[in-house]
Write a protein that binds this ligand. Structure first.
Ligand code: ADP
Ligand code: MG
Length: 251
């Protein structure tokens, strides 16, 4: 049974870059434990939308609530405290991994916790090792990122994001820079996370993954949600001709 609690409420999120209106008011309620696949053509605004959800990109309109509480007193003037809090609650994994090359794998994960004032050194290291086990990389703890494959580095980046105990995880095409084989290991870790009840929004072109793992698929097109529903409906019985055309191009 799905927990009906609305974890994230994004209300009419808008974003313009100069006079280019990229998001035209996107509204999305994400329930606790829900997995959402966000699909759509290149340039549709998928990354921009995800980045707005943790204010890596500042929306030009709209509002965010977490667990029924506004994330910002004034969404146009976020305070530093509000930003830190939001970013800790909403974790993000990017296409590129951005690990610190001079630090060992475990130290990368310890550092993230330290920078966020979480746990003492010993507890942070124990937690990092536990998370590395969870993503299947306990044996890489003391390696340098450069000694790990792209897929392993992405799993490390996932462990790093998890070390902040996020309530919601955002993934922006986490496998698109990887070979399919190692990409599958990353998708498996994500599927495990979903099975453990993590709430997730995943921007992806992996339609099989979306079909298997997502509770809901959203198609973003030209800065708005064109189509939304359970995977089977969006993939096999879409409402819009535009959705069919997009799916034919990617399937
Ligand atoms: P998607 O992830 O769906 O491919 P993006 O969100 O990356 O799309 O981009 C949507 C649009 O926003 C594109 O037209 C892109 O050029 C524009 N855009 C994204 N980021 C910026 C930025 N930092 N400055 C200016 N324009 C941007
Ligand atoms: Mg993108």
């Amino acid at each position: 049974m799905q927990d009906p609690r609305v974890l994230l409420d994004a209300e009419s999120i808008k974003k313009s870059f100069k006079d280019n209106e990229v998001l035209k008011g996107v509204t999305l309620k994400v329930h606790a434990g829900e997995v959402i696949a966000l699909i759509g053509p290149s340039g549709a605004g998928k990354s921009t939308f995800l980045r707005c959800l943790n204010y890596l990109e500042r929306p030009t309109g709209g509002a965010l609530s977490l667990d029924g509480q506004a994330a910002f007193v004034d969404p146009l003037k976020p305070s530093k405290t509000e930003l830190l809090k939001l970013r800790r609650r909403v974790g993000m994994v990017f296409q590129t991994f951005n690990l610190f090359p001079h630090l060992s794998v475990v130290k990368n994960i310890v550092l993230a916790q330290k920078l966020n004032g979480l746990r003492n050194a010993k507890e942070a290291e124990d937690y990092a090792l536990k998370l590395l086990g969870q993503v299947g990389l306990a044996d890489k703890a003391h390696a340098k990122p450069s000694e790990c494959s792209g897929g392993q580095q992405q799993r490390i980046a996932i462990a790093r994001a998890l070390s902040l105990d996020p309530e919601l995880m955002l993934f922006d095409e986490p496998t698109s820079a990887l070979d399919p084989e190692v990409g599958n290991d990353v998708l498996k870790v994500m599927r495990d996370l979903a099975d453990r009840g993590m709430t997730m929004i995943v921007v992806t072109h992996e339609m099989k993954f979306a079909e298997r793992v997502a509770d809901r698929v959203l198609l973003l097109d030209q800065g708005g949600i064109l189509e939304e529903g359970p995977p089977a409906q969006v993939f096999y019985n879409p409402t819009h001709e535009r959705t069919r055309t997009f799916l034919q191009a990617v399937l």
